[in-house]
Write a protein that binds this ligand. Structure first.
Ligand code: AMP
Length: 518
């Protein structure tokens, strides 16, 4: 039997193919039959290109039903889907294309000019566009991908795949300036989707309000896959907007978001228990949900947010229970099939496992754990223990009943609005600015974003750098969510005896000084 993830989804599509699969905010309606036929046409197009097995299909397009259909088509045709954040700029895209060497790249028409230059130079032979603006085609999505696919048959025999064949590559931001491509197989993704379907009690009649982006594990592999595996309708919002979410909530039963969404919902006067009357499950993840948000949400709506924890490399690892106590400040219990342990390394270099109440590095094993980093065998080997556990880079603590709390990160990572920002990458860009001697990038607690990217810069004495000037310069070279929200100038950076910048001191010092940020 094939392990192709699409075949698994298709086996759960409703018998009534005229039922709605995806509805958009402006009332467009995609039935399960539409999704099957449209993904078949695109899969036929990809198959006609004569690509070698395992070819990557890289995608940087705005969210739309067609973008999800493109993901399904890639799976069906047996190729590897590589989604990229829409905020990435040319230098970032150049890196991804150079590293992943995709055979096909699909971009927004507005980016075609610069993407084409990069892609063709790097040897990507097939470039298509997919437009987010409804135009022509009966008001449906346009661009060269759909224009070409229209000429292909709407039936396609899904390609056979083994469980460990690659299905998706998710690039994490780079800890050392280089992003790493986490390789997930059909089996990895399917096992996680099935576990979550059971654990969260997906049921007949569920409607998912989908406000997350499609290029990240949360929106694609947790939210969309959940609905696809359950044959459930999705209401697709192009992005999160509190007022629109409030308007759509009564028509939905499940909502998933990053903590920032919940903070923003609570800030919206229209958001109350009446708006949530048909919701059976609110899920939060990708970043820590503050205890205050958890408590205020319960007070305002009567709903207890279910917090879960996972990452691109492993998909979901833990979740608060569906039908037992959900504990604020914890990410719940290890999911069925996931072995999760906490380890500490003593001064003798030996590792030991932690008991309840002890803090240790989170290590995991399971059918959901990825196949390694794309073309980085050594980096992959470093991230696994000798007995095959993946070192997550997160630090946690179990309580007496086995609920896990994330207490910190051993990896240098900032999570801002649910997006990961690796300080090293931002520091290398800052250090290239004329007049910057050195820089340190830290995350400062922020009510809306969770953490706000903040830069501390030591500048040359004659340099005419200003906070606003640095921010403007950064905006031209990196994705907006990575651009420091504020910049401080310092005479020097605090260092320990080994010369390492003491970011904890910087965080303490600048937390109090944080200005009100957008
Ligand atoms: P990503 O690969 O972008 O999903 O980011 C994964 C990282 O986000 C994890 O390694 C954690 O550091 C963090 N993360 C995800 N979910 C949670 C959560 N519920 N609480 C705290 N941190 C989380």
């Amino acid at each position: 039997m094939t392990a192709n993830l699409y075949a698994l989804f298709a086996s759960h599509f409703p018998a009534d193919k005229t039922a709605c699969c995806i509805e958009t905010r402006d009332g467009q309606y995609y039935t399960w039959g539409d999704v099957e036929r449209a993904s078949a046409r695109i899969a036929n197009l990809f198959s006609s290109l004569g690509l070698p097995p395992g070819s990557r299909i890289a995608v940087q397009v705005e969210k739309s039903p067609e973008a999800l259909i493109l993901y399904l088509a890639t799976l069906r045709a047996g190729f590897v889907y590589l989604p990229l954040n829409t905020a990435y700029r040319s230098a970032e895209i150049e890196y991804f294309i150079g590293d992943a060497e995709p055979a096909v790249f699909i971009c927004s028409p507005k980016n075609f000019g610069w993407v084409a230059q990069i892609a063709f130079k790097a040897g990507t032979r097939h470039l298509f566009t997919l437009d987010e603006i409804s135009s022509g085609n009966q008001g449906r999505n346009s661009g060269s991908l759909l224009a070409r696919a229209m000429h292909f048959p709407d039936h396609f025999e899904t390609v056979e795949k083994q469980a460990d064949d690659l299905a998706v590559i998710l690039y994490t931001s780079g800890t050392t300036g280089r992003s790493k491509g986490a390789m997930l197989s059909h089996g990895n993704i399917a096992s996680n989707a099935k576990v979550l379907q059971q654990y969260w009690h997906w049921q007949a009649g569920d409607v998912l309000l989908h406000a997350l982006p499609l290029f990240h594990i949360h929106g694609l592999l947790v939210a969309a896959n959940g609905a696809l595996l359950n044959g459930s309708k999705m209401i697709f919002l192009p992005k999160f907007e509190a007022a629109e979410v409030c308007r759509q909530l009564p028509r939905s039963t499940i909502f998933m978001g990053v903590p920032t969404y919940y903070v923003r919902l609570l800030a919206d006067k229209g958001f109350d228990s009446h708006a949530c009357r048909n919701i059976r499950l609110f899920v939060s993840g990708s970043a820590p949900l503050l205890a205050d948000t958890f408590a205020e949400f319960a007070m305002r709506t009567g709903h207890t947010i279910l917090e879960r924890y996972g990452m691109s490399e492993t998909a979901m690892l833990t979740s608060n229970p569906y039908d037992r106590e959900r504990r604020g400040g914890t990410v719940g219990l290890p999911l069925p099939g996931v072995s999760l342990r906490l380890a500490v390394t003593g001064s003798d270099g030996l590792s030991s496992l932690c008991g309840a109440g002890e803090i240790g590095d989170i290590q995991v094993k399971g059918p959901n754990v990825f196949q390694g980093y794309w073309r980085m065998p050594e980096k992959t080997a470093e991230e696994f223990t000798e007995d095959g556990y993946f070192k997550t880079g997160d630090v946690g603590k179990f309580d007496s009943e086995g609920y896990l709390a994330i207490v910190g990160r051993s990896k240098d990572l900032i999570i801002s609005g649910g997006y990961n920002v690796y300080p090293k990458e931002i520091e290398s860009v800052l250090d290239e600015i004329d007049g910057v001697l050195e820089s340190a990038v830290i995350g400062i607690p922020h009510a809306d974003f969770g953490e706000a990217v903040t830069a501390v810069i030591v500048k040359r004495s004659d340099a005419k750098l200003t906070t606003a000037g640095v921010i403007e310069l950064m905006k031209t070279s990196i994705a907006n969510f990575k651009v420091p929200k504020q910049v401080f100038f310092a005479d020097e950076l605090p260092r320990n005896t080994m010369g390492k910048v003491q970011k904890n001191l910087l965080r303490e010092h600048y937390s109090g000084q944080a200005a009100v940020m957008p």
